[in-house]
Design a protein around this ligand. Structure first.
Ligand SMILES: Nc1ncnc2c1ncn2[C@@H]1O[C@H](COP(=O)(O)OP(=O)(O)O)[C@@H](O)[C@H]1O
Ligand SMILES: [Mg+2]
Length: 215
């Protein structure tokens, strides 16, 4: 796997308490899959850093481990068959691979958000988009139903979904692919995370829509 290396990774001791380094630092990350046919080494020593306000693009051919790396960072890797034999994922200096479950869940819910390639499979088909967006505010910020709905409409406006107020109660299948992708982006933005990981967020869309979504 190829990463765009902006900075040399210099391993060394780093105290979490007086952390003044990177927002995200992936150090020597290894991921392998244990299957009946043997061990597949999917990620072999990836290093990269992301600072606040910075965009990092990870390039690599299909099957080179881009998604698996993202999943390992987000803690959504299927384990088993996946295993992380080596490496660190430091978020503001704290290793997410070794921290407690609860602490990790908080970071993942509120500090790091992820946008997937396929919005249709990540949105719940039987709940309106307004409900799903609003849930972020109700669960994480304790807003009332009414407040959450207002915030949902604001967010839909922000990602340029036309007639957001009229469409807030529509279901995912009633939106086009491009609009669904925007809804997923809105969900990722909802809690104003420090870091957003986007795994081919526009691959399923046509070229003009891709440009709009990226913007
Ligand atoms: N759950 C899994 N079980 C076994 N192998 C997997 C699993 N998930 C991914 N892999 C393997 O890991 C490698 C990297 O895949 P992936 O990260 O999806 O590549 P890409 O760079 O295209 O996103 C591939 O060889 C893939 O087959
Ligand atoms: Mg992938």
């Amino acid at each position: 796997m190829t990463t765009t290396a902006k900075t040399a990774t210099v391993p060394g001791p780093r105290a979490a308490a007086d952390h003044d380094g990177h927002l995200l630092e992936v150090r020597d990350l290894h991921v392998e899959f244990h299957t009946r046919d043997g061990v597949a080494k999917a990620v072999n020593g990836v290093n990269y850093t992301v600072d606040a306000g910075e965009t990092l693009a990870v390039l690599g051919e299909s099957g080179s481990g881009k998604s698996v790396t993202a999943q390992a960072i987000m803690g959504i890797l299927d384990m088993p068959p996946g295993r992380i034999p080596k490496g660190e994922v430091l978020f503001r200096g704290q290793d997410m691979l070794t921290m407690g479950k609860e602490e990790r869940r908080k970071i993942r819910g509120q500090k790091i958000a992820m946008i997937f390639q396929d919005a249709l499979s990540s949105l719940n088909p039987v709940l309106s988009v307004g409900y799903q967006l609003g849930e972020m505010f109700r669960v994480h910020q304790g807003l009332s139903k009414k407040e959450a709905k207002a915030r949902s409409i604001e967010l839909m406006d922000r990602v340029k979904i036309p007639a957001a107020r009229e469409r807030v109660n529509d279901y995912p299948h009633q939106f086009s692919g491009g609009m669904r992708q925007r809804i997923m982006i809105a969900m990722a933005l909802a809690l104003e995370p420090d870091l957003i990981i986007a795994d081919e967020p526009t691959t399923a869309l046509d070229v003009t829509v891709q440009a709009q979504v990226m913007e």
